[in-house]
Design a protein around this ligand. Structure first.
Ligand SMILES: Nc1nc2c(ncn2[C@@H]2O[C@H](COP(=O)(O)OP(=O)(O)OP(=O)(O)O)[C@@H](O)[C@H]2O)c(=O)[nH]1
Ligand SMILES: [Mg+2]
Length: 590
């Protein structure tokens, strides 16, 4: 199968184009460095199937970041039949030198000028034919986001595959040096003297205000979180009630004929576990929609800018802060996002702090315990305190380790204009994230929950869930370590499984207590105190987020000692923090 690659600078819309051409769902966002790995999908071009490959954005073919490495390795190891060089039409003067560099690859090239809509709005005019003539490659002007110019692009892709297109720099006599680029630009491109994004500048005058900027940023984030819970919590309660009703009305009668062991596994294990997790889906959807909006509009880059100076004191930079924010959704993509960093020290330090970000899976655990043990009036405050501790743990860690992992890369931030995501983009993104959450949740939960059911019900002679079961023994065995934190054997079991993925914690509690929904909440409320619950939440917040995080750290850092440190340090910190809290609070309040 013929192969076409998408190359270009970061944030020029390669993934948007990739999605538009192939119908795939690559992640898109208004932040340089969203794509960090190769992605490929097939598309029908004329009468042949072609493989299209989306690559991470690069500034330079000779660069040293992991992203650039991915791209150069790709070209070295794969036969590529044509390259689409995607540039931002409104920054063509700055981005065109990349085309000259790519001429070294010696593959038939089509120059794709994306974001034609923005260029037009800025009054930039580009004479395609003249530009193509000067550069010796065909040029097309498109808008991947809105779908303009796709037919023409497909036509050029076909021509490139038929060998009717030259490699960049081979189409004419003169080499593509600075003079040639200069000549091409001056005859084909007209940029008005004042080409600036007026709206973006106006908004930034407020949002990047020297002393209003940061308070506004935290205010906006706070309001977004409030909105998520205000809308999401009633939905979650309704869904949980629905699942319980379904169980009593339909499932229990239907399974009544089965042997008790089997109906136990199915109802108390699989159904309770999945139902309890599924009821959190509306909250998770809302949460990711908010993240998508913050990311897609370009506000993330402003966050990086606003926090850069403060983060530097902790040995990090503005990009690390953005990765920490992304980690609030899921730690894994945030860890991979560190590939844009050129300094290895900075990258490792950032990877060390990202796992403290309170991700959506942990959020689900906290919402459950907060609903069980704290009055609604102070619930938002309790949750807020956990976010504060999440950031504090990250900052403490970077302070402690910044001398070991030194940042050697002063970075220049690109500030993209504000872009408003289309409904299609938001929908795709939300769908993608929820699919990811559900796939993870079901994969881990079904296996985990069945295992926990077995552990809490065997040997058959023991009372279910009692001290004589295997689970009881396991809890006892760890009680010298976790007892001083107020974490009882039942919670211990949930923590052990939570090591695999936090999505299992609530599902496993449903099995351990043989309850679900509101009944589970009230059982937990009767069996533990709020001090124990908070201690448990602290531990859950700080220790290893999940196996996937560890695996990602291992594969990204490519260093065993670092991976061990990245697991051991949070475990130790979690123990110390929970211990200190429990011992103090326990004496004061109970
Ligand atoms: N106005 C406008 N915005 C676009 C267009 N194409 C993409 N965008 C926006 O540009 C931003 C970057 O898009 P991506 O597709 O993630 O860019 P990328 O080149 O894959 O970026 P990296 O993966 O970081 O290298 C997103 O906010 C898109 O919505 C376009 O034609 N017009
Ligand atoms: Mg991309």
């Amino acid at each position: 199968m013929k192969r076409i690659a998408l190359v270009g600078m970061p944030n020029t819309g390669k993934s948007t184009l990739f999605n538009r051409l192939t119908g795939a769902q690559a992640k898109v966002g208004n932040w340089p460095g969203i794509t960090v790995d190769l992605l490929s999908a097939r598309l029908l071009l004329g009468d042949q199937m072609v493989q299209l490959v989306d690559l991470p954005g690069i500034y330079d073919l000779r660069g040293f970041s992991e992203d650039e490495h991915v791209v150069t390795t790709f070209f070295r190891q794969n036969r590529v039949d044509a390259a689409l060089v995607v540039l931002n039409a409104s920054q063509i003067e700055r981005q065109l030198p990349l085309l000259a560099q790519l001429s070294r690859l010696d593959v038939p090239t089509v120059l794709v000028l994306n974001m034609a809509d923005e260029a037009a709005a800025l009054g930039i005019t580009i004479d395609r034919d003249a530009l193509g003539g000067k550069l010796g490659v065909p040029v097309c002007l498109i808008s991947a986001k809105h779908g303009q110019g796709m037919e023409q692009l497909r036509g050029l892709m076909l021509r490139a595959l038929r060998g009717q297109v030259a490699a960049a720099g081979r189409g004419q006599a003169a080499p593509l040096d600075d003079d040639a680029l200069e000549a091409a630009l001056s005859c084909a491109v007209h940029v008005p003297a004042q080409a600036s994004h007026v709206l973006t500048e106006r908004i930034d005058r407020v949002l990047l205000h020297p002393w209003l900027g940061l308070p506004l940023f935290f205010g906006i984030m706070f309001l977004l979180f409030e909105a998520v819970f205000w809308l999401g919590t009633p939905l979650q309660t309704a869904l949980a009630a629905g699942f319980s009703a379904l169980r009593t009305a339909a499932l229990e009668p239907a399974l009544a004929g089965l042997p008790p062991v089997l109906s136990g596994v199915l109802l108390d294990g699989v159904y309770n576990g999945l139902g309890t997790v599924a009821s959190f889906v509306p909250l998770i959807i809302l949460f990711f929609l908010c993240m998508a909006i913050v990311e897609d509009t370009g506000y993330l880059s402003r966050a990086a800018f606003l926090m850069d100076a403060l983060m530097a004191r902790f040995g990090l930079d503005g990009r690390s802060f953005v990765m920490i924010l992304m980690g609030f959704g899921c730690n894994v993509p945030a860890l991979m996002g560190t590939r844009v960093m050129r300094s290895r020290g900075l990258r490792l330090l950032t990877m060390m702090v990202i796992p403290f970000s309170l991700c959506s899976a942990r959020l689900q655990v906290f919402l459950f315990f907060i609903a069980a043990l704290f009055p609604p009036r102070i619930a938002p405050l309790v949750l807020f305190s956990l976010y504060v501790i999440s950031i504090a743990a990250a900052m403490l860690t970077s302070l402690l380790f910044k001398r070991r992992f030194v940042n050697s890369d002063p970075f220049v931030l690109e500030m993209p204009p504000y872009r408003f995501p289309t409904l299609r983009q938001i929908g795709l993104r939300g769908w993608h994230e929820v699919g990811h959450f559900l796939r993870r949740a079901t994969r881990f939960i079904v296996a985990g929950v069945v295992l926990i059911w077995l552990l809490t019900h065997f040997p058959a002679s023991a009372a279910p869930g009692g001290a004589q079961t295997w689970a009881g023994h396991l809890g006892d065995w760890l009680s010298p370590v976790l007892g001083p934190l107020g974490i009882d054997p039942k919670l211990t079991l949930a923590l052990i499984f939570g090591f695999v993925a936090k999505e299992i914690v609530i599902g496993s509690l449903a099995v351990i207590y043989a309850q679900e929904g509101s009944a589970l909440i009230s059982t937990v409320a009767h069996q533990i105190t709020w001090v124990q619950a908070y201690s448990f939440m602290l531990f859950t917040l700080i220790y290893t987020p999940c196996l996937s995080t560890i695996a990602t750290i291992r594969s990204e850092a490519k260093n065993r000692a670092f991976s061990v440190l990245a697991v051991a340090w949070p475990l130790a910190l979690a123990w110390v923090v929970s211990f200190a809290f429990y011992q103090a609070a326990h004496r004061l309040w109970t």
